[in-house]
Write a protein that binds this ligand. Structure first.
Ligand code: ADP
Ligand code: MG
Length: 571
């Protein structure tokens, strides 16, 4: 996994080298500083030459200035490295999510996905920058400081360093506890996002049912749980920081005490003593740094693991290796012995055989939940059949590229999904880059023109999230306009007018009639009046096709269709 992590550094090798070498030089200068002070105190001070000391201090000022410059580079360019890696990962994840199949989204909470794309990746970016650099520098400084201290006075150095393993042990202990706490915190944040997302997108239902208090109570549960996990994490953090504070002060006191004793014994000069005190402070820094790397590392790694999990989720439906793009299809559709179930347990469709001629309009009718929508979702391969095959113009749809297949099929559904934006953007979604004339032409054919003209902003009218500022009929017209632009040879109308009142339905039927001209059309409708002029009626019931034929034939046969008809129109 670490190898995969480091592979993200590849495009930024130069940035990494720059950042890393600046950090190394800065660390070396920090180690050099106590040595320089040592020389000033031991060599220049006894000589009493004031000018020399001023020069030495100017030299030290120079070192400081260089360190400040290096520090800027490390802070800015180092973070730039982290942000670049974070951005790359986010792009890769988003690209991947675009390709995941319906089945994945059926089982995934939107809020969880959002969480992964924001919080998780920010933490990864943070360790991408701090992790390797801080760890290396810290170890280098620690070893360097130790070596210099050994050189100055090895007795005192060894005594001081006895305390290090204790600190490392405690760090690891707390890090394990932190890691667990953070994992829980992440899960809470994801749940949180999911709940907020769900609540806001369903707020109209919430208010219509006056269930605000119920929602508030549910939210309070999540909120309280989050508070609790966060408190636990901070308590561990507080213990950790208090204990390291005490340990560090203990080292300082220890050095002060033993150092003065060595000086009194004449086994150490004043300069060495001062350098030693300074160095013992230098090596406290890296321990803190290692500590913080150890703290953030589990957070980042947990995020990276979830990131990889998502990235490695293969789409259920994808292009076959030898898939070829298809050009304009005629729309001759054939289901050959197709069986399908959403979850592995029960089949929704069993051994379906169906053929639809190019240009034909067939109506799918049948009880709710019988599988009409399912039949239609198999055509654009939203789901792949478990058994059997589907061909269009004699070509197996699994041998076509998804993009070319889906560009040949248009779907108008009952609940129209519109994007937050303008009418223009939403119509043009059917054909990105459509010209002004094309958009108006589509709007006219979908009987949307007068509606657009009546808006002060015309095509640039904002329609609100999911098109909340439009009526049901207007939304449906917009989705039909979108389809005129897409102009696919195969059209699926899935209860396209079921949600509308009879008057609006009649108006939209006209637009739909024009839309289905010259296309192979599958119409799903429960109002049988709307499908009377279909060429053929197919009844979907009991996991399959139970009857099919013209209206009169089916009435005469006295099966499910005639019963449905009787229920709607009387005997
Ligand atoms: P129809 O369109 O005829 O009303 P559907 O094709 O939508 O029926 O649904 C057929 C069956 O499949 C129903 O029992 C429904 O509960 C189930 N179903 C539909 N969509 C899904 C899905 N995404 N995941 C799991 N089961 C589903
Ligand atoms: Mg349906």
């Amino acid at each position: 996994m670490l190898r995969r992590f480091f592979s993200y550094y590849k495009p930024y090798k130069r940035l990494f080298v720059l950042d890393f070498s600046c950090a190394v030089i800065a660390a070396l200068l920090e180690l050099a500083f106590p040595l320089a002070v040592n020389r000033v105190v031991d060599d220049l001070l006894p000589s009493g030459n004031w000018i020399w000391i001023v020069w030495a201090c100017l030299g030290l000022l120079g070192i400081y200035l260089i360190s400040a410059g290096l520090n800027y580079v490390v802070t800015y360019w180092g973070h730039k490295l982290g942000i670049n890696i974070e951005t790359d990962m986010r792009k890769k994840l988003f690209d991947h999510v675009q390709k995941l199949s319906f089945r994945f989204f059926d089982n995934t909470k939107t809020g969880h996905l959002v969480s992964r794309m924001t919080n998780d990746l920010m933490d990864i970016g943070e360790i991408a920058h701090h992790g390797p650099e801080d760890l290396f520098i810290a170890i280098m400084t620690l070893v360097g400081a130790f070596a210099i201290m050994l050189g100055i006075n090895w007795h005192l150095a060894v005594l001081t360093f006895i305390i290090i393993p204790v600190m490392i042990y405690l760090s690891l202990y707390f890090s394990r506890k932190m890691s667990k706490a953070f994992k829980r915190m992440f899960a809470d944040i994801a749940d949180f996002n999911a709940r907020v997302e769900n609540n806001v997108s369903g707020i109209r239902v919430v208010q219509a049912f006056s269930n605000e208090n119920h929602e508030i109570a549910q939210f309070a549960v999540n909120n309280g749980r989050f508070r609790q996990t966060k408190l636990i994490a901070y308590r561990i953090m507080a213990w950790n920081s208090s204990i390291s504070f005490i340990l560090m002060r203990l080292i300082s006191l220890f050095v002060l005490m033993c150092g003065t004793w060595f000086v009194i014994q004449n086994r150490m000069t004043y300069g060495e003593f001062i350098a030693f005190v300074m160095l013992s402070n230098v090596f406290l820094g890296p321990i803190k740094q290692i500590n913080s790397v150890i703290e953030t590392y589990p957070k980042g790694i947990a995020g990276f693991r979830r990131y990889l999990d998502l990235l490695e989720t293969a789409p259920d439906v994808a292009d076959a290796p030898n898939a070829v793009p298809v050009k304009q299809l005629r729309g001759d559709i054939r289901f050959n012995n197709v069986s399908f179930g959403y979850e592995n347990k029960e089949k929704v469709l069993r051994n379906i055989d169906l053929s639809i001629r190019a240009g034909e309009t067939v109506a799918l009718v049948g009880p709710s939940g019988a599988g009409k929508t399912t039949v239609c979702s198999m055509l654009p391969r939203f789901y792949d059949s478990d058994e059997g095959s589907i061909t269009i113009d004699g070509i197996d749809i699994r041998k076509m590229t998804l993009e070319s297949l889906r560009s040949q099929i248009g779907i108008v559904q009952q609940d129209v999904f519109l994007f937050d934006g303008t009418i223009r953007e939403n119509i043009a979604y059917g054909k990105l880059g459509a010209t002004e004339e094309e958009i108006w032409d589509a709007a006219r054919r979908a009987q949307l023109e007068s509606i657009i003209l009546s808006q002060p902003e015309g095509l640039d009218t904002l329609i609100g999230e999911r098109g909340v500022k439009l009526s049901g009929g207007q939304k449906q017209r917009l989705s039909i306009a979108r389809m005129f632009l897409k102009n696919p040879p195969i059209l699926i109308l899935d209860e396209a007018t079921s949600a509308l009142d009879t008057e609006t339905e009649a108006a939209i039927q006209q637009a739909l009639g024009e839309l289905s001209q010259g296309r192979t059309t599958l119409v799903i409708a429960h109002r049988l009046a709307t499908i009377k002029n279909a060429d053929r009626i197919i009844v979907v019931a009991g996991q399959g096709i139970s009857e099919q034929g013209a209206h009169e034939e089916l009435i005469a046969a006295g099966g499910i269709y005639s019963r449905l008809h009787q229920a709607q129109f009387g005997a």
